[in-house]
Design a protein around this ligand. Structure first.
Ligand SMILES: Nc1ncnc2c1ncn2[C@@H]1O[C@H](COP(=O)(O)OP(=O)(O)OP(=O)(O)O)[C@@H](O)[C@H]1O
Ligand SMILES: Nc1ncnc2c1ncn2[C@@H]1O[C@H](COP(=O)(O)OP(=O)(O)OP(=O)(O)O)[C@@H](O)[C@H]1O
Ligand SMILES: [Mg+2]
Ligand SMILES: [Mg+2]
Lengths: 255, 255
């Protein structure tokens, strides 16, 4: 099983939209995926229709008070399971801050899943922060998928998350975590801003940037209110086409 | 001086865009404003053209190693000053987590400014998180201004920040902090989603919701790349008109 952290400390760049829709598009192709919602806001959990349940997140597991197995929920997609989030997960930042192994605790908890053969990928939706939840996801991951909005603040944030990735690889926490890819999201073809941000990012990061670009499309922001992924809510929309393209490109690269 | 925290743990809802442009529009009317950038991403600082300088944030002041006075920077607007942010501010979460007074430390540091008569308002741009930086801003503030995107995830986030506000008022940390207002942002008049979110929020929160609605407008997202506020970059754009309206409504309510 490969673990992919979908992370960017900048808020609102499409981490959740990407995590849930990439997971759904991979599952549609028969790839076996486990989606881990590591954001206390639990947007991915509720947007897929698996809202937070008290004690249902990784929180008690990270504290050593419960088993991981019981948190895995089979979804309506045969090859997609989810570990939902819950607000109590926010408390882990302070709980773990005091522990010696705060950065590697998540990796330890997820280790048994790596070799039991049930899943091909784990996708982790990270919260918008520089805190322990995000850094421990990077410490546990094999690859980092960075969504970035086609906006000015997106560029500033990208340099930072790439720097954090550098720090993780140079420390002995997780020397092998690679940048899986940089995904341009909420692209608005009518604005020069979108075009110039994509050009800037491609110029600097070259092939690390997925060829697939996710357009700004209102059906992507409507689908969560119906607790559906984009391929269920609007299967022929531009958003569905783009995330299916991304799933194909993701699998091609991952080989 | 009244302290207004601009906060919402949901990412990308327009906290920074609102903090910097409301501050500029108030300053334009001669209101004396101090903008405090409490987000380690330092988006507000760099978007106004006062990029992070090592040691230039509140970080050393919160640790008791430096004076507040030296962090206040006069901007090109005569009645607007800024305390910029810097990435090291992210470290305060762990540093303060171990201190007894972690929630009230910011309020203590800001106290001398309250009565020295130089500023009418302090506006605090908060990071997208449930961590110590955001909660200590709420603990120090007189009012909470909550920007919310006209999107589904925005509704989910609103309930949470309102709950956090409740907790702060019920604890003896800051019983008097009020909800200054709820601001609808990135309103797209072409979509039903925007309309229905505004209706939902107004139905539940009534007059707490500002009458002014900020439209989605590309010049608001372009201005930061020119290090300008919206009233400098595109003074007759819909974004500039809306933020000037907001400044007027803000002052009317604040009396
Ligand atoms: N391509 C798109 N087109 C239109 N709207 C989008 C698109 N992608 C995401 N959105 C909407 O933009 C908002 C932000 O996206 P999302 O919540 O996925 O970002 P995030 O990075 O997970 O945010 P956070 O930092 O709070 O976790 C949401 O309301 C979402 O529905
Ligand atoms: N009304 C608007 N119209 C168009 N774009 C906007 C508008 N308001 C904000 N933006 C853009 O949307 C993005 C998110 O806004 P902003 O960074 O202000 O949100 P934030 O809540 O401060 O994010 P974070 O949670 O990362 O701090 C930015 O790229 C910004 O330029
Ligand atoms: Mg998210
Ligand atoms: Mg911001």
């Amino acid at each position: 099983m490969r673990i992919i952290a979908v992370a960017n400390q900048k808020g609102g760049v499409g981490k959740t939209t990407t995590s849930m829709n990439l997971a759904a598009c991979l599952a549609e192709r028969g790839v076996r995926v486990l989606l881990l919602d590591l954001d206390p806001q639990a947007n991915a959990s509720s947007a897929l229709g698996y809202p937070p349940q008290p004690g249902g997140s990784l929180y008690p597991v990270l504290l050593g008070e419960d088993w991981l197995e019981g948190k895995i929920v089979q979804t309506r997609f045969p090859s997609l399971s989810i570990i939902p989030s819950e607000m109590e997960l926010a408390g882990i930042e302070i709980e773990l801050a005091r522990a010696e192994n705060h950065l590697t605790r998540l990796a330890e908890v997820l280790a048994p899943l790596r070799n039991d053969g049930r899943f091909d990928y784990m996708i982790i939706d990270c919260p918008p922060s520089l805190g322990i939840l995000m850094t421990s996801a990077l410490a546990a991951a094999d690859g980092l998928l960075i969504p970035i909005q086609c906006e000015y603040f997106g560029l500033e944030g990208l340099a930072k998350i790439v720097e954090i990735h550098e720090q993780i690889t140079q420390s002995d926490i997780n020397p092998n975590v690679t940048i899986e890819g940089i995904l341009m999201t909420m692209y608005d073809s009518r604005t020069n801003l979108s075009k110039s941000v994509v050009e800037d990012v491609r110029r600097v990061f070259g092939d690390l940037v997925y060829k697939t670009i996710i357009p700004r499309s209102v059906s992507l922001s409507e689908a969560p209110s119906y607790e559906q992924s984009i391929i269920e809510y609007a299967p022929s929309s531009r958003g569905a086409v783009a995330y299916r393209e991304l799933a194909k490109e993701f699998l091609k690269r991952a080989r």
